[in-house]
Design a protein around this ligand. Structure first.
Ligand code: DLL
Length: 442
């Protein structure tokens, strides 16, 4: 399928379009949303002060807390009669954050996701198996409308009931599967347990996202499922899935949908922009949204961007894989580490299966991180199920050495028998926080 025009436009044309759209968005929020008017007035900014993309730096940031403070509909820029859809993000604490869409927003979003599916390798006339959860989460319906818009027969299977998913994959012969990477792994392993070869299905492409995953996890998924696995990024506050998508040709960073979102990367401490190629916090401004326009939203996600042309021919801004959320960064004895970095090194250890959780505990006043991982069936067999064997002790040493020399962290490790780390049917729970209970002995 032909590339969408904007995806290969010269940078100056992309930037001109972005500036026009930002000006319009800034005018709208100033007129229609009290919260933005107050924030702009506090900073002494008027919409006409935004005359270049550089000027965006003058605008105030928006945070998740601002959405909570205006729960549920306080940041909407249109009347209730124009809203046709509402989604929420799964806040673990406090009120969820609520986002709304007009019919135009839904149409744009479908177009954005249709483009994302094309970028990942999907084609009209093929079948798309959509195992993202349907409901308040944007994954299910986001990919669904995009699949239909592209002209794919979209199977709204949602997450869970894994054996049925496998039957549907065998019977319907989809070419594309959409799921969180952790759930895709669960599907592949369930097939293996059922005595089936997951490489023998009709699937060719995977559209995996909604959680951090490592390059090693990509390799594992590609090998197990015999597909090309591409990363999709998005967040409900900005629209949902489709904010950026990795191309199947290069698999070298995620193409931002520049005509709908303006991306910046800032230093989360100083709040100043960092140069391209430097990691920092992603900040997005929506360019076309009507119901819930958002200005300089601080995502909490860590990545870098580049505006260099991709070898696939696209000229849109590219994001690196998201390393993790600032809130999920662990500080272990003074060393900062993201779960995805631990994952990267853990998966390369052949005695282990690629499942893990990090348990945060407290011993006295000290925070302790415990890594729970599990051995593969093959290794379990080779040690005759003896978890007290010397081989398991050596493995323990190997894991700790691997993490110490690559991530510079010393983590207590609990090695479990096969299938003992909980499996995911949606977003994987990588961090389990027990710190409210103080442990005597860890
Ligand atoms: O996760 C939207 C989505 C659905 C994206 C399906 C991709 C596929 P939320 O539930 O609002 O929206 O969660 C957004 O999830 O701020 C990131 O921390 C994380 N996230 C999303 N995609 C990725 C990714 C959806 N590809 C939050 N890599 C974001 C790493 C991701 N983290």
């Amino acid at each position: 399928m032909a590339l969408h025009e904007i995806e290969t436009a010269v940078r100056s044309d992309i930037e001109k379009l972005q500036l026009d759209r930002i000006k319009k968005t800034v005018n709208t929020v100033y007129e229609k949303v009290d919260f933005y008017k107050e924030k702009f007035d506090e900073k002494g900014i008027k919409p006409e002060d935004i005359a270049s993309l550089e000027d965006i730096k003058k605008l105030p940031f928006t945070r998740k807390q601002d959405m909570r403070d205006h729960y549920p509909f306080g940041l909407f820029a249109v009347g209730r009669d124009e809203i046709v859809r509402v989604h929420c993000s799964s806040g673990t604490s406090g009120k969820p954050t609520v986002v709304g869409y007009t019919q135009n927003d839904i149409d744009n979003w479908a177009e954005i996701v249709a483009r994302a599916i094309t970028i990942a390798g999907g084609n009209p006339g093929e079948i798309l198996h959509n195992a993202y959860g349907y409901g308040l989460f944007t994954g299910g319906l986001g990919l669904h409308y995009g699949g239909e818009k592209l002209g794919m027969a979209t199977v709204p299977v949602s997450g869970g009931n894994t054996q049925r998913q496998i039957t549907l994959i065998e019977d319907f012969e989809p070419t594309v599967i959409c799921a969180t990477p952790s759930y895709a792994l669960n599907i592949a392993e369930t097939m293996e347990q059922m005595g089936k070869d997951p490489r023998q299905t009709s699937l060719k492409y995977g559209i995996f996202g909604a959680e951090s995953w490592s390059e090693e996890m990509r390799k594992t998924l590609e090998e197990k499922l015999g597909i090309k696995a591409c990363d999709i990024y998005g967040l409900s506050e900005v629209i949902g899935p489709g904010v950026s998508m990795e191309c199947h040709e290069a698999q070298d960073g995620l193409h931002v949908t520049d005509d709908h979102f303006y991306v910046e990367v800032i230093d989360p401490e100083t709040l100043e922009p960092v140069p391209d190629g430097t990691q920092g916090e992603l900040v997005f401004t929506s360019l076309t949204k009507e119901a819930f326009p958002i200005i300089r939203y601080r995502t909490g996600d860590i990545a870098s961007i580049t505006k260099e042309k991709c070898s696939c021919g696209r000229t849109t801004t590219r994001m690196s894989r998201v390393k993790g959320r600032i809130d999920d960064m662990l500080i272990i004895r003074g060393v900062n580490v993201f779960p995805s970095e631990i994952e990267h090194y853990l998966i390369s250890i052949e005695e282990l299966d690629p499942h893990y959780q990090l348990h945060l505990k407290k011993k006295g006043s000290m925070d302790i991180v415990e890594l729970h991982c599990e051995i593969s069936e093959a290794f379990h067999k080779s040690i005759n199920g003896d978890m007290a064997s010397e081989a398991v002790q050596l493995l323990q040493y190997k894991i700790q050495h691997q993490l110490k020399s690559n991530c510079y962290v010393a983590i207590n490790t609990v090695i479990k028998e096969p299938k003992q780390v909980p499996r995911s049917e949606g977003k994987a729970i990588r961090i389990v926080d027990h710190r409210k209970q103080v442990l005597e002995e860890v």
